[in-house]
Design a protein around this ligand. Sequence first.
Ligand SMILES: [Zn+2]
Length: 696
Amino acid sequence: MNPFLNEYETPFKIPPFEAIEFTHYQPAFDETPFKIPPFEAIEFNHYQPAFDQGMKEHLEEIDTIATNIEEPSFENTIEALERSGKTLDKVSNVFFNLLGSNTNDDMDSLAMSISPRLSSHNDSILLNKKLFERIEEIHENRQSLSLSVEQNRLLEETYKRFIRSGANLDQNSMDRLTKINSSLSSLSVQFDQNVLKETNSFSMVIDNEDDLDGLPEEEIRQAALLAESEGQNGKWVFKPTRVSMYPFLTYSTQRDLREELYNSYIQRGDNDNEFDNKKIISEMIALRQEKASMLGFDNHADYVLDNSMAKTPENVNKLLQTVWEPGIEKAKGEVQSMQQLISEEGANFKLAAWDWWHYSEKLRQEQFDFKEEEVKPFFSEEKVLEGAFDVANKLFDITFTERNDLPKYRDNIRSFVVEDSDNKVIGIFYTDFTLRPNKGGGAWMSTFRSQSKFDGDVIPIVINVCNFPPENADGISLLSFEQVETLFHEFGHGLHGLLSNAQYPSLSGTSVTRDYVEFPSQMMENWAREPEVIKTFAKHYQTGEVISDELLDKISAAGTFNEGFATTEYVAAAHLDMAYHTDKNTITDIDKFEDQALEDLGLITEIEARYRSTYFGHIFAGGYSSGYYSYLWTEVLEADAFEAFKDKGLFDKETADKLKKYVYSAGNTDDLMTQYVRFRGKEPEIEPLLKKRGLN
Ligand SMILES: [Zn+2]
């Protein structure tokens, strides 16, 4: 039986009344506690038919809404749209979550075939003329409808989504737009695959043990394993990936090898071979420009930013410039310190980009005198998570209780019931923290179900996925301080989903603009950096001893180390993104365009942009075109917001209540800047960010 579809295995398919607690007919999917997806019952061959059925049902629902003979109303059109596509949501939420965290070859190939189908499914709804006419009519009459603030927001957001997808274009333009969308989507897949092929095809093979000088034992072991996997037994292989390259750049004493590996990294997609990405970039930029003008915008950045908090390229560029100036000054100072170190060592060369990691690490050790290994025993994954729960409890009055009887998609994941102060269950929280090969890299938050209230109380099911180190010999996973921040970051996204208090699912939780969504997550990291908070959970996993003030001081002093570099490489990439998407000329020579853009900015030769064009996946293969600035934008909000707690106390009740009401619970139910000002009493200022980055 397919748990996604409504069938029972009882005689005559009578609902299995004895087995279920609900008073009305419920599909099998809903027989679990809190109607959590019945993971154990889902098999791979359930997905495809459920996707087929889900899309079919959804289109039927859309057709019913679009051809309704009644006058268009908020209820029979906008709310009906919110209600549509439930089966498709069910299967998509489970499938795409598990594709990210627990995939296999079958899942990967189904994703390849289902993704373009889902995209044209969406197009067919967003470009449905009859449906759009109804939405447009309601939108025109909106003043007379006496809608609530949230209903008004839902109407605006729905209308905007259709307009931005081209719903009010003539048929010819619509056809052209559909073609552009599909070309853009295949070009971006091709871009991504080229980067992957370039990355995989280069190996720096070392066969002389002396060339490993300076590298830690673990890195040497990993390099030997890589060599083995490439049939180079007894040798060592390094690849142009961050995981393999950064340790090599940091610790290797062989300058020429550092240069070789680094250049292989920054040349990816720019080698004039079959995997070259330059032509793809030119085509994508031109198509994006064409699409933007069809939709009435001056350029692609205008089009993208129209639907953001930043609103215009001018606002983005202003922020980038404000941070750039102190950032590049600081970076120049860092170059000087490293150059001095080089001459102290008796060497005679000018610091180059591939030397940066090596010499900054030497400086770091010299200045702060601590090693990662000293810190880790104080940060066991379990204790850090308890610390995060504790912060949420103090701020928002909610509790997390582990439950072992809830459905799980594999071992080693944990599930918690989240309750408010009246012991009312407000959400379900899963953690999937362990590193494994069938999980995507990095860390993220996702939902199996969004919160909503308009059709009865639906509580959210939220998950945090991370790649934390495997258990050590004592069976404990120990985190670096950076990983502690990651845990709090993802937990911040998690709270944004769990505390959501919206009527409509498409406005709930994290369904906000890209340049706002990282605010609640980055915000939560602040508590993880406060000594008073750290001490509540940083206890040695063997002795129980609390972390010392001395060590805490070192961690916090090292916090802004190398910030000139970090700011500079980030802003350079964000600037490049904006340069591509505000230039209306045809761009044919990508290398020249990039050089010119970065020269205009004033980038120094010792630093490359964090991404060079030909492997800048965020903007050519991900959803971040004209959006790479977002991380910095939300950091402005977060640094400014945390000042309120620094002023009034880390857990000040009144401030926390406002933060909950206007940020963590508010989703996208009202204008985001308006919500921010309600919380903070004013618009954000940039000074707290500069201070935090040590740039003031
Ligand atoms: Zn995030």
